[in-house]
Write a protein that binds this ligand. Structure first.
Ligand code: MN
Length: 202
């Protein structure tokens, strides 16, 4: 069974002015579509073709570089679209808010930790908010299309929020100003979705 590119849960221009329409069209329709097709080509006819993406990533050290890069790209972007919303932004509430305060002291403390991870990731990669095995939250970052589900990740956990800091995610609108893009991301975070993912992961 082949993996399928998920539809965007909103229009390409829905996240403007924070993320522009053209970037969303290329990012979803070309980049994410490319990872999906290449993942399918990499697992075609192998015993991975009936495995879940989470299962494949948890054992990624045993697989090819193509599975690692494109499996990560498929999973990471699927998560990324879902944790943004035109109705997003603001601050979380409920259990996720309590867990953030416990781990980072305050919502501002979390923002600072997450922004720093996103801004200081050298080259291409991702910043993450993860639920660790003990149920606590942590901020981490990974290079390229790696993620914290992978057995090769330095810090493992279940990602519940992710930010793509590859240049393809922001260059058309922000050029070299990655910090501006990172700041704008907080205006579109879908805390309802992050909260659901937290409840499922802990
Ligand atoms: Mn991307």
């Amino acid at each position: 069974m082949a993996f399928k590119l998920p539809d965007l849960p909103y229009a390409h221009n829905a996240l403007e002015p924070h993320i522009d329409e053209k970037t969303m069209q290329i990012h979803h329709g070309k980049h994410h579509n490319g990872y999906t097709n290449k993942l399918n080509a990499a697992i075609d006819g192998s015993d991975l073709s009936d495995k879940s993406i989470e299962d494949i990533l948890a054992n990624v050290s045993k697989h090819s570089g193509g599975v690692r890069n494109n499996g990560g790209g498929f999973y990471n972007h699927s998560l990324f679209w879902s944790v943004m919303s035109p109705k997003g932004g603001g601050a979380p509430s409920g259990d996720i808010s309590d867990a953030i305060n416990k781990a980072f002291g305050s919502f501002d403390g979390f923002k600072e930790a997450f922004s720093s991870a996103a801004k200081t990731r050298f080259g291409s990669g991702w910043a993450w908010l993860i639920v660790k095995a003990d149920g606590s939250l942590a901020v981490t970052s990974t290079p390229n299309q790696d993620n914290p589900l992978m057995d090769i990740a330095e810090e493992k956990g279940t990602p519940i929020l992710g930010l793509d800091v590859w240049e393809h995610a922001y260059y058309l609108n922000y050029q070299n100003r990655r910090p501006d893009y990172v700041g704008a991301f907080f205006n579109v975070i879908n805390w309802e979705e992050v909260s659901k993912r937290y409840a499922a992961a802990k």
